[in-house]
Ligand binder design. Sequence first.
Ligand code: ADP
Length: 296
Amino acid sequence: MLTHPRGPAGIVLGVGIATVDIIHEVAAYPAEDDEIRALAEDRRRGGNVANSLVILSQLGRRCRWVGTLADDAGADLILADLARFGVDTSAAVRVQAATTPTSFVLSSRASGSRTIVHYRDLPELDAESFDRVSLADLAWVHFEGRHPDATRRMIERVMHEAPGLPISLELEKPRTGIEDLLRGPRILMASRPFAIAQGFDEAEPFLVALAERSDATLITLTWGARGAYFLDRGGSIGRVPATPPSQVVDTLGAGDVFNAGLIDGLLRGLSAPAAVEAAVRLAGRKCAHRGLVVRP
Ligand code: ADP
């Protein structure tokens, strides 16, 4: 049986997509049919799990990313960025004749908000490819809640081959079949748009309903500038208010930073409420900077 190193030696494996984000900063969000000029342009690697790994790496964790990559310049940008942060990409799967997924982001200086249009023409990672990824030396496996059929099989493989290895699942967007992923992961990390799409406009009933449909021991729900809610099974439901920096510069990726902070806190042995607090603080710090940096 595989053992699970919890200390800094243990690897956090992240399974998800990697994209190129093309970010245009605008003074204020345009009205429909407007034509406006951007104040700045930036091209960055995106993808929620990949973002979380870059943060975990800055926190001193060993990280490995697995997902699909096209064979184009966008893929080179992705690999170079992950290498810059020391994230191991040796398990990534190259797909010929595909295009790197792109996210077009409008970032408003007036509000700090970001609006995203996503384009993809790249197959998702399949379960057979994931079967070839080693589970040795892992401390944690974190999945994006997408491509439910394949992800269900990946989760089952981890539970079967590495029982006891903590599994977390991000629930960012509603997807057909996502319900099939709720049994198995120890931690569910939901976002406000996911809760709203499920018909909830309040956090507590959403958390209670999700707890009934899953066996997770901790469910979190991020809610932008309001902070994060959590349900600690056997414990309580709570909210940790956001810790806004003196100036909110960029909230893009705040949820991914939160997820990284949560994984790191739990790996450090913090209690669920303390780990949520640490994650909220880390996400707040990120909002003071452009990009995925978590400077003190
Ligand atoms: P996403 O990146 O998915 O849109 P959220 O907007 O829900 O994620 O934010 C994730 C976390 O980041 C929140 O729970 C909160 O702790 C923090 N956060 C987000 N926006 C702000 C803000 N304006 N000020 C301080 N913290 C924020």
